[in-house]
Design a protein. Structure first.
Length: 183
């Protein structure tokens, strides 16, 4: 589904003259897609997710699988779809303000994705939640940027806050790893 947001960038740019604003918006859209990809795939937790399911008591495995990979993936998927729908419009109109619906879809999509990811990880005991919850909350704070400034401002803010949240998360993981090695 994350590929849908990449496709939306291409569809939004189709037929438009290539200029600096188009390139900048395409890069921002692709960066947001990369942030979503990193949130889900970049942490290397696929093996940990499988281990969590295999270690769970047999009677709990079905519940864990349905909850983690079913219920919690719905907001992840809906978030990607909402972001893609908005990116398609934003790419060709970087200096325009969003409508209320567009700004809500972009911010709400990012927030839903992050919260769905946090719940998925919590269900399987994979951690990495606090900075993602902060990023979800701050995603909603970007709504006025889209309404009052521009599509580019809101998209840029979402990229900055998600990338910042992941950088802080990784820094925390490194500190834990390094403190475990020295102890």
């Amino acid at each position: 589904a994350i590929g849908e947001s990449v496709v939306a960038v291409g569809i939004g740019a189709a037929g438009l003259p290539v200029d600096l604003s188009l390139v900048a918006m395409a890069v921002l859209g692709l960066l947001l897609s990369a942030c979503l990809w990193w949130a889900y795939f970049g942490t290397g937790d696929e093996d940990r997710a499988e281990d969590a399911l295999s270690r769970a008591p047999a009677g709990e495995r079905q519940w864990l699988a349905v909850t983690a990979f079913g219920y919690w993936h719905l907001p992840i998927l809906f978030g990607v779809i909402a972001i893609a729908a908005t990116l398609r419009h934003a790419i060709g109109h970087p200096s325009h303000e969003f409508t209320t619906e567009q700004s809500l879809l972009l911010a709400g999509g990012a927030a839903m994705f992050m919260l769905g990811d946090v719940c998925y990880r919590r269900t399987l005991g994979l951690g990495r939640g606090p900075w993602r919850v902060v990023a979800a909350a701050l995603a909603l704070v970007t709504i006025p940027l889209g309404l009052d400034v521009s599509a580019a401002a809101q998209l840029g803010a979402l990229v900055a806050l998600t990338a910042g949240a992941f950088a802080l998360e990784e820094a925390g993981q490194r500190r834990v790893y390094l403190s475990g090695r020295s102890g």
